[in-house]
Design a protein around this ligand. Structure first.
Ligand code: GTP
Ligand code: SPV
Ligand code: MN
Length: 590
């Protein structure tokens, strides 16, 4: 398949280490993929779903202990601990290689090693990068085929001498005590062992496209971010692009595929999806920031996805999709999850594999689908996929939006004063934790730029990289912060969210174009109520006021927490962050 000596030499080394019974190159052909699907069905690794209702769709169940990313088992192994910084787990590369080599030794005995050549980004785009993943899991091969561009043409683009990211995955016995997701940014190497779940094993995604790529971007002058990319078309037919960084399970896929409220649809507004999770950003010749989505599919959260909340995502899952850890409706071999509709199937198989009466089971407070159950769907299935999706030059970005899950403190939307203040707004993001990672759910933690689990080097240097990029972008995007998740006294969401978030996006673009004024507050600019298109919303004036209000006491508490968080970076923290905290303090004490 290739004459690339670097690929071939590394493959020989990894074969000698893992000792697979045989090696199969994935060429990207439908015949090969179909044979693998059949094999996975015959061994029980995958279950074939109803091929009339869900053509090309399959089901997979992971081990009960293996259902989310594992941040405490994720390592950044740079030469020095300082390069990894205080947020990442670190071990000296030599020591980690020794530990891992012992775990991989013979890990594929009697098994097949699949060689997956893949491109992050359209093959041949100046933004794109190539990886090769070795894995002993057919589930990984089939998911990688949906999530990335896989096959022979990738090796052709790599050529005889091209560089690539080395990705090794062995499923082993999914022992959580010996599970490691390890990155060696200086060696372009990722090693994952003892997991078979999503973000831990689809190594093109978080491991490469964020952790390794963020390091490459810092060295090479570009950015890898945990951001969706959407195009917003106005009634004049002009499309403006927005990137938004929200932490895991905080609404990226939903916003990326948003359907505007009826009165805005009728005026001619429309959203086009370029990406739902990751953006790679570069400065264009015109001094603007351009973004591509390096992925080719969506690995989306299933629960909560319905015809009403996210019609486009649901449509995308109707063919050639792999479902992981949702429930099966045995009546007709289709799938179900909490929030799909109000009818849990009577003959259900819950995500752990037990046959249950879904109605009784859920009535008892049990969940049929795991809260982090997901679909892997090809991007081209999405009804609103952007015509620019394959554009090798990317799309020009007008606005960057940060946001998290905050029951209080953060208002519905505010705008940063300029790029540097926007970097501070991103760096001071905080959000309640979700089921996307193992551990407690609902705890507020600081999550700068939604990248806390994904920065492949010292986060202080990452902040500095944002400031440095600002100096290179002569025509920068405006920066905003949103919060769809503010709660009232009774614990209900105050803002309707989902399609109605379009109202906020319109204000954001109006601000970018200088069409509307705003109110300057302690933390940035908030909208004048009359500039938000609130037609048809059942929201009282008090609620709107509350949603846009700045609670100074809550912000003073937040600032104290910011200072504590940033203190761990010591002298490495960019001075701009300290200055911005001082300005905020001054504003709050006025
Ligand atoms: P990852 O794939 O983990 O990165 O998640 P994501 O950021 O793409 O989140 P996603 O869009 O899948 O949404 C996660 C959860 O948040 C789902 O249960 C959604 O129903 C819910 N959600 C999304 N948007 C909104 C919103 O505007 N308001 C409210 N209340 N919930 C939302
Ligand atoms: C996330 O957790 O942000 C995801 C899912 O997008 S995973 O691929 O598992 O990281
Ligand atoms: Mn994500």
């Amino acid at each position: 398949m290739t004459n690339n000596k670097k690929v071939l030499t590394w493959l020989e080394e990894m074969k000698a280490l893992c000792k697979p019974a045989n090696v199969v190159w994935i060429d990207g052909s439908e015949a090969q993929l179909e044979a693998l699907r059949e094999e996975a069905v015959s061994t029980g690794e995958m279950i074939k779903l109803n091929q009339e209702k869900l053509p090309g769709c399959y089901y997979h169940r992971t081990a009960e202990n293996d259902v989310a990313r594992v941040e405490d088992r994720t390592f950044i192994c740079t030469e020095t601990e300082e390069e990894a910084g205080p947020i990442n787990n670190w071990m000296a590369p030599e020591k980690m290689y020794a530990k891992l080599n012992a775990l991989y030794d013979g890990a594929m005995e009697g098994r097949t090693m699949y060689v997956i050549p893949y491109s992050m980004g359209p093959v041949g785009s100046p933004f794109s990068k190539i990886g090769v993943e070795l894995t002993d899991s057919i589930y990984v091969v089939l998911n990688m085929d949906i999530m990335t561009r896989v096959g022979k043409d990738v090796l052709d683009a790599l050529g005889e001498d091209g560089d690539f990211v080395k990705c090794l995955h062995a499923k082993k016995d999914v022992n959580p005590d010996e599970r490691y997701i390890v990155h060696f940014p200086q060696d372009n190497t990722i090693m994952s062992v003892n997991s078979a779940y999503g973000g831990n094993v689809l190594l093109g995604k978080k491991c490469f496209a964020l952790r390794i790529a963020s390091y490459q971007g810092m060295k090479e002058g570009w950015m890898a971010e945990h951001m969706l990319i959407l195009g917003l078309e106005n009634p004049q037919g002009e499309v403006k692009y927005i990137c938004a960084a929200f932490p895991s399970a905080c609404g990226k896929t939903n916003l990326a595929m948003l359907i505007p409220p009826k009165f805005l649809q009728e005026k001619g507004y429309k959203v086009w999806t370029v990406g739902d999770d990751i953006a790679w950003l570069r400065v264009g010749e015109d001094g603007r920031l351009y973004a591509i989505n390096p992925e080719a599919g969506f690995f989306g959260v299933a629960p909560g996805t319905s015809e009403k909340s996210n019609f486009n995502a649901l449509e995308a899952t109707k063919k050639n999709t792999i479902f992981t850890n949702v429930a099966i409706n045995e009546e007709d071999m289709t799938v179900w999850w909490e929030g799909l509709d109000k009818n849990p199937p009577t003959n259900a198989i819950e995500w752990k594999g037990a046959k249950v009466d879904g109605k009784a089971y859920t009535a008892d407070g049990n969940k049929l689908a795991h809260p982090n159950s997901r679909f892997t769907a090809p991007a081209k299935n999405c009804p609103c996929i952007s015509p620019e999706f394959e554009n090798p030059q990317g799309v020009p970005i007008s606005a960057i939006v940060f946001g998290g899950r905050r029951a209080k403190t953060a208002p519905l939307v505010y705008q940063a004063r300029d790029w540097d203040h926007g970097v501070f707004v991103g760096a001071t993001m905080a959000s309640e934790t979700t089921a996307a990672a193992a551990g407690a759910v609902g705890v507020v933690r600081r999550d700068p730029m939604a990248m806390r689990p994904f920065v492949g080097y010292n986060m202080a240097d990452y902040f500095q990289h944002w400031y440095d990029m600002g100096k290179k972008i002569s025509n920068p995007p405006q920066i905003f912060n949103v919060n769809w998740f503010r709660l009232d006294k009774d614990g209900n969401f105050m803002w309707p969210g989902f399609g109605d978030n379009m109202r906020v996006l319109n204000w954001i673009l109006d601000r970018c174009e200088g069409k509307v004024d705003a109110i300057e507050t302690e933390i940035g600019f908030v909208p004048n109520k009359e500039d938000l298109q609130l037609d048809g919303l059942d929201l009282s004036d008090e609620v709107i006021t509350e949603l846009l209000s700045i609670d100074k006491d809550a912000w003073k508490e937040d600032l104290a927490n910011q200072r504590e968080f940033f203190a761990q970076f010591g002298d490495k923290l960019p001075k701009e962050i300290v200055e911005s905290m001082d300005t905020l303090e001054k504003n709050l004490n006025k």
